[in-house]
Design a protein. Structure first.
Length: 368
């Protein structure tokens, strides 16, 4: 019993420390750095990304169209060095940055392939001082939830310090989607209070204090295998668009949204499916939608109490992002006239740590 109590105390303490770290811009960046180094020192993660033809082919096509001999390029988070090598093959002078030990492998890959116009630098981008202004900042700072690899903070910092006035972040445009989704029957996981099992009624457990304490930080969202996807109930529309090349770093980002979707495909809504689109230019772009070609990114669904919708119904919801990088700090409220009120907060929201982007008729939160 003493050991169990000690373990529980340790777990609660660890969660408390993490939550406090996420509430601070500097501490949350350090926490991300620590976690990120471990993840991308894992060879399998690099193998997944190299095997992703959608990802690799789109980057290669965009680099071949835009980067030319003599360009100065910074590759942020170089990994295996593939983006740096593709840019170097175009005749660019490349600075490849990564804070993982894996950068030494990337350097050997470049050398083995006869590439000698890349300077590999093991460091955090915040410590990088570029000896000359860059024409392009290449990156793949794109997480499963789009912004969860600290993309905005890292890139805007580097843009301010190292990019030419007419330079570009590549890719720089992103669209985030939260779409009403139906799952295949075998993959449905209702809340415990929603569905009787063999005549056993669990309905009284809704908001029951003895149950609330067992909800973990990520309770109201779950990663979804694409094979679980059945269909969207409506036509997807981005809930948020960001263009890093147009952002000064002093703007605010929209963190509260209201959205309505016309149901075009009747069915049971299981939640809001999160995916994103990455745009390089008018020709090169890709997305992680579950009904499109598979990519190496995972997908998450924000859970909600199920409700059956008919064609022509309107699904209305409000979304609030406590910290755009962490889905666990987001909350959604659904229209009470369509399936009842749902206001599930995934985790106590942390202060927003990223600047950004203005859109009409949306509310904004400043970083400061």
């Amino acid at each position: 019993m003493l050991i169990q109590n000690a373990l529980r105390w340790g777990l609660r303490t660890a969660r408390s420390v993490k939550a406090k770290a996420m509430s601070s811009k500097s501490l949350s960046s350090l926490f991300y750095d620590f976690d990120n180094v471990g993840e991308f020192s894992n060879l399998f993660e690099h193998e997944k990304m190299l095997a992703d033809s959608v990802r690799v082919d789109t980057y290669a096509a965009a680099i071949s169209r835009h980067i030319k001999p003599g360009d100065v390029v910074i590759d942020l988070g170089t990994g295996t060095g593939i983006l740096a090598i593709l840019a170097a093959r175009q005749g660019a002078k490349v600075y490849a940055i990564d804070h993982s030990e894996f950068i030494h492998v990337a350097e050997q890959i470049a050398k083995h392939n006869g590439i000698n116009n890349i300077q590999f630098l093991k460091m955090n981008s915040r410590d990088f001082v570029c000896p000359e202004k860059a024409d392009y900042i290449l990156h793949e700072q794109i997480g499963d939830d789009l912004f969860d690899e600290n993309m905005i903070v890292n890139l805007l910092d580097l843009k301010q310090r190292a990019l030419k006035d007419n330079g570009a972040i590549f890719p720089g445009r992103f669209e985030l989607f939260l779409e009403p989704v139906a799952l295949k029957n075998d993959y449905r996981v209702p809340f415990i209070w929603e569905t009787p099992v063999h005549g056993i009624d669990y309905g009284f457990l809704r908001n029951h204090p003895d149950v609330e304490k067992y909800k973990r930080a990520n309770y109201a969202s779950r990663y979804i295998d694409k094979s679980a996807f059945d269909y969207f109930l409506s036509e997807p529309e981005p809930i948020l668009s960001v263009d890093l090349n147009k952002m000064s770093g002093t703007d605010s980002i929209a963190t509260q949204f209201s959205a309505s979707r016309l149901v075009t495909h009747a069915g049971r809504m299981e939640g809001l499916y999160l995916f994103f689109r990455v745009v390089f230019d008018g020709e090169s772009h890709f997305d992680t939608a579950p009904d499109h070609t598979h990519t190496s990114w995972g997908n998450r669904m924000v859970r909600c109490p199920y409700h059956d919708y008919a064609e022509g119904d309107i699904i209305s919801f409000q979304a609030e992002m406590g910290d755009i990088r962490f889905v666990d700090t987001w909350s959604c409220t659904f229209n009470p006239q369509l399936g009842g009120t749902f206001n599930r907060r995934f985790r106590r929201p942390a202060p927003l740590v990223t600047p950004e982007f203005r859109t009409p008729n949306r509310r904004f939160r400043s970083l400061n």
